[in-house]
Design a protein around this ligand. Structure first.
Ligand SMILES: Cc1cc2nc3c(=O)[nH]c(=O)nc-3n(C[C@H](O)[C@H](O)[C@H](O)COP(=O)(O)O)c2cc1C
Length: 381
């Protein structure tokens, strides 16, 4: 096997090991995927400031995100169907994150349930909430996350309605997969993945089946998810969710300065500057293009977090310099998971840590908490 040196190497391996419909689910954006591409590409326009002859010993990547200590300011983003990239994927990723010392965020649309992940880990993880029309179900999800000891609730604001992703429709994506000749072929050519799946019972949406009204089996599930996201979600709803939850609250999916101003007034603990990894409004700006302006506007009132397009430790550093306190990675850890399970997630985190550490040193800096615009070569236009 060729050496794995960067996230792109994990992506190549994941493509070979994960059935096409699930690999494509991760490696896709909505419509033309222009925002998905821009998320990655726009980092290249930000240049770092090289400094020399500064003491580079005793460097520290340790920081905090919503007050929690982190080994480096990089959390695992909530991603749906993670247990389809690899059997028991959420459990494996949560374990890797726990050992590494960074937060793991479990998606509402996960395969392993809140209770599954809690039973398999020793430290609190974060839970991401989608707001459904069925408010009893939402309240119950919040209560379950509380009972499982989750230490932050990440409320996603940018998916009241689903942006169309052509690949998923063309591939006929479902969980569990259907048994058409095309799907059987896709799975049969990935024997390692099949073996893993045969060894687990977790093959559908663990937080939903058996918990939501009228969803006892799989046949009703796909229509339920399509109908259930609440298109009327508004700023007023944040208050009851905040009250019910009663802990650290992070608002995810802010890309506009005015929305950031509103978010800062909600009493939430942090916002995530994010466009859902280019999976929702295609044609929107990249996340990194909007980060600086938003951080300048509200960064003194609310913690700024960031995701979208991070593929290296250098990208993490650039986001921190532009005002993020912490960042999230989505696809990088999914590629690691699909490539090599828990070891692959650890590898993704190791790659990013090493790149972040060496980059910081070559900028002549030693403490990641002090990252700021003065670490960049020139202000952005
Ligand atoms: C396969 C996949 C599934 C996702 N599912 C969710 C989800 O269930 N909830 C959510 O809030 N965000 C979801 N996201 C968005 C991520 O949390 C995050 O915003 C995005 O992946 C960051 O971009 P990156 O993948 O370039 O790091 C998903 C992203 C991907 C790639």
């Amino acid at each position: 096997m060729p050496p794995i040196l960067e996230i792109a190497d994990l992506k190549k391996l994941a493509r070979r090991r994960v059935p096409k419909m699930f690999f494509d689910y991760a490696d896709s954006g909505s419509w033309t995927e222009s925002t998905y591409r821009a998320n990655e590409e726009d980092f290249a326009g930000i240049k770092l400031r090289q400094r020399v002859l500064v003491d580079m010993t005793d460097r520290s990547l340790a920081s905090t995100m919503v007050g929690e200590p982190v080994a480096m300011p990089v959390a695992l983003a909530p991603t749906g169907l993670t247990g389809m990239q690899h059997a028991d994927g959420e459990i494996l990723a949560a374990r890797a994150a726990e050992k590494f010392g960074v937060p793991f965020t479990l998606s509402t649309m996960s395969i392993c349930s809140i209770e599954d992940v809690a039973a398999a880990t020793g430290k609190p993880f974060w839970f991401q909430l989608y707001v459904m029309r069925d408010k009893d179900f939402v309240a119950n999800l919040i209560d379950r996350a509380k009972a499982a000891g989750c230490s932050a609730l990440v409320l996603t604001l940018d998916l009241q309605i689903l942006g169309q992703r052509h690949k998923d429709l063309r591939n006929g994506l479902s969980a569990p997969p259907r048994f058409t000749p095309k799907h059987i072929w896709q799975m049969a050519t990935r024997p390692r993945w099949c073996l893993g799946m045969l060894g687990t019972q977790r093959r559908t949406f663990g937080n939903i089946v058996g918990h939501a009204k009228g969803v006892a089996d799989l046949s009703s599930l796909s229509s339920w998810t399509a109908e259930q996201f609440d298109p009327r979600l508004s700023w007023e709803d944040i208050e009851w969710i905040r009250q019910r939850w009663g802990g650290k609250l992070i608002l995810k999916g802010i890309l506009d300065r005015e929305d950031a101003e509103m978010a800062a007034r909600t009493g939430a603990d942090a916002i995530v500057v994010s466009n859902h990894g280019g999976r929702q409004l295609d044609g929107a700006d990249s996340s990194i293009a909007r980060l600086g302006e938003i951080a300048d506007a509200v960064g003194d009132r609310i913690e700024i977090q960031f995701d979208g397009g991070i593929r290296s430790g250098q990208d993490v550093l650039k986001a921190l310099c532009l005002g993020a306190r912490g960042t999230y990675i989505g696809r990088p850890f999914l590629y690691g998971l699909g490539a090599m399970g828990e070891a692959g997630v650890t590898m993704a985190l190791e790659i990013i840590r090493k790149e972040l550490d060496i980059t910081m040193a070559l900028c002549g800096k030693r403490d990641i908490k002090l990252a700021g615009k003065d670490w960049l070569a020139r202000p952005l236009a």
